[in-house]
Design a protein around this ligand. Structure first.
Ligand SMILES: [Zn+2]
Length: 105
């Protein structure tokens, strides 16, 4: 999963539900997103911007769903790392990364 990189965005956002569940997106990208979906319910538009985060693969059209909204970019990144069990420093799988040094070497 190491090709996935964190992406954050400070923006107005919107949430909605469809047959697949709840979704979140930056307000600007929403319009195209939800026009493709037939049954949309419970649309909530933000009245203030917040931080969103997701993982995306540069060079690919692959990304996770947006997470959020969060009050700070730090919080958005921490939540993203926790959700996908990734290291906050290198964004490798937490168990596979070498960032954590042995305490009492
Ligand atoms: Zn690491």
């Amino acid at each position: 999963m190491s090709f996935m990189e964190p992406e954050t965005c400070y923006t107005y956002w919107i949430t909605w539900e469809d047959s697949e569940g709840c979704h979140l997106a930056p307000y600007t990208s929403l319009r195209s997103d939800y026009r493709e979906v037939e049954e949309v319910r419970n649309i909530v538009e933000s009245d203030h911007p917040a931080w969103l985060s997701r993982l995306s693969a540069p060079g690919y059209l692959d990304s996770t769903e947006w997470e959020g909204p969060y009050d700070s970019e730090k919080e958005a990144l921490e939540a993203l790392a926790e959700t996908y069990s990734l290291c906050l420093d290198c964004w490798e799988d937490y168990e596979a990364c070498d960032c954590v040094e042995v305490d009492n070497a």
